[in-house]
Design a protein. Sequence first.
Length: 91
Amino acid sequence: SIFMRLAPGDSMTWTYHIPANHMGGTFWYHPHLHHSTAAQAGGGAAGMIIVEDPKGSIPKYVEQMEEKILILTAMDFQLSASIERQGMGNF
């Protein structure tokens, strides 16, 4: 739910069922709280989801390649400080 809120220190476990026919690839997740998505994702609340290709669906030489997982983020500390000064959050 885009309206769900968790207080600091609270936790929640989400389970996602990816359909078997979903295209493989690297995807990302981030919060969807209205009017806060940019501040939260820009503050680092995002991550990676890797959906594997079904066995035999890609060429063998590609399937056997070594994978390297790398996440790059850009943190906007000026935006975070501005949001905190306006009383819209504590980052």
